[in-house]
Design a protein around this ligand. Structure first.
Ligand code: SAM
Length: 152
């Protein structure tokens, strides 16, 4: 299959996660797999939601009370509002956020992650957690600039 084509016939981990969280970026195969997982682990949706809620609370605290202005979100997943930059920049409009994921599907859906404030910066980098030099060296990951765009 050509690299740019997205296989919607097979279940995909990020889309299963999106489905269980109540998102719209999923297909029948993802929903079938998600339903099977939830039959085995009925509390899974609650755990996933709790994970998101923790991220919201932690980022809100870090931006609003701890003075943190740079956030690196590795393993971003499919955009799920409110996304990290929306929480951080609501508290601190100048907060700078770099999202990282190694899944081309997430890259293709990352437009929803690039609506940051003019004062801050929101960047998406396609890179692997296991290659930190690649992440830190990616355009947009380093020093502040005025650009707000995907790295590629
Ligand atoms: C379960 S989702 C997490 C979504 C979001 N961070 C959250 O907590 O709601 C995990 C994400 O990690 C990404 N991922 C897995 N292995 C990775 C790696 N080696 N480098 C970068 N991203 C990775 C997957 O592509 C997937 O989008």
């Amino acid at each position: 299959m050509p690299e740019h084509r997205i296989d919607t016939e097979s279940a995909h981990s990020a889309r299963i996660y999106d489905y269980i969280l109540g998102g719209d970026d999923n297909y029948p195969a993802d929903r079938e797999a998600g339903d099977a997982m939830c039959r085995e682990w009925p509390a899974l949706p609650v755990h996933m939601r709790a994970n998101r809620d923790f991220m919201h609370r932690a980022v809100r605290y870090l931006a609003a009370e701890a003075g943190i202005r740079q956030f690196l979100d590795i393993g971003t997943g499919i955009p799920t509002p409110p996304n990290l930059h929306e929480i951080a920049q609501a508290a601190a409009p100048d907060a700078r956020v770099v999202y990282v994921d190694n899944d081309p599907l997430v890259l293709s859906l990352s437009q929803g992650l690039l609506s940051g404030t003019p004062e801050g910066r929101t960047v998406y980098v396609e890179a692997d957690l296991r290659d930190p030099a690649d992440i830190l060296g990616a355009p947009g990951s380093g020093r502040p600039s005025t650009c707000r765009s995907r790295s590629r």
